[in-house]
Design a protein around this ligand. Structure first.
Ligand SMILES: C[S@@+](CC[C@H](N)C(=O)[O-])C[C@H]1O[C@@H](n2cnc3c(N)ncnc32)[C@H](O)[C@@H]1O
Length: 246
């Protein structure tokens, strides 16, 4: 894992259209073709949201890679607009290299309605290593600062849906490895789902080996395909079905 900076804060460059780019990973935090729209297509629609949280009073999302907070803020924004009044969202996110507050504000500046939700975040930003719980009106954000490969063992509850949002698998392979995908699967409720912007073959195989039923879907922007999938409700897994078929 690259040492993003001596103090473990991300070092950020900016593309011509002001999209944040990690200098350590040489990759952008969100799509240059529209970060907010990418969150909607890949992570919300990819996990069947908002429909699923309309019928579940206590919905939990896990995310690998908190980054700018865009996925969380867009999700919370949609949750506030679409979930029944008494429903609650728990969002558990993992981040090794938090951005500095100025970079986060700049990264979110294209969306003032989301930026206005950042106050509870900025109150503790940049967060120290370890777990933080940040309360929002209708949500709790649990943020683990450190390598997700280690901190996922302390995940406080299983997720109904996962956002797998590391940098490109070729540049950030440690956030897509077989052991971590297995830990994601263990930390998914039966019937839970995942979605990710990538369709890399080895990531798909790691997700299948973990036990997810995986399918390719239309990707966002110039990406032809993305992956989405489910943990079967009956504990049956893609791996066990393949064995039965042998
Ligand atoms: C594509 S960005 C995430 C974008 C984010 N979801 C957003 O809404 O802005 C990938 C993130 O994964 C983080 N990351 C990379 N390796 C990690 C690791 N081993 N553990 C935890 N986070 C990691 C990076 O620091 C970066 O913030």
């Amino acid at each position: 894992m690259p040492n993003a900076k001596a103090d473990n804060q991300a070092s950020i460059l900016w593309t011509a259209n002001d999209t944040p780019l990690s200098s350590a990973y040489d990759d952008t935090y969100y799509s240059k073709e529209g970060g907010r729209e990418e969150t909607g297509h890949v992570f919300l629609a990819g996990n069947g949201l908002p429909d699923r949280w309309r019928t579940m009073p206590d919905f939990t999302i896990g995310e690998l890679g908190f980054g700018t907070g865009l996925n969380f803020l867009q999700t919370y924004h949609r949750f506030m607009a679409t979930a029944p009044k008494d429903h609650r969202l728990t969002f558990i996110s993992f981040e090794a290299f938090p951005m500095n507050p100025g970079a986060m504000i700049r990264a979110l500046s294209p969306w003032p309605d989301l930026a206005s939700l950042t106050r509870p975040l900025l109150a503790i930003w940049p967060p120290s290593a370890g777990w933080h719980t940040i309360p929002f009106e209708k949500a709790a954000l649990h943020l683990a600062v450190g390598d997700a490969n280690a901190t996922i063992a302390e995940m406080p509850r299983k997720a109904d849906a996962w956002y797998l949002d590391g940098f490109s698998p070729a540049k950030n392979p440690e956030l897509w490895g077989e052991a971590l995908m297995a830990a994601v699967f263990r930390n998914t409720k039966d019937g839970g789902t995942f979605a990710t912007y990538t369709a890399a073959g080895w990531v798909r195989r790691n997700l299948e080996a973990a036990g997810f039923m995986v399918e390719r879907r239309r990707g966002f922007g110039r990406k032809r395909e993305m992956l989405a999938g489910m943990k079967n409700r009956h504990g049956d897994t893609a791996g066990s079905r393949a064995k039965e078929a042998e």
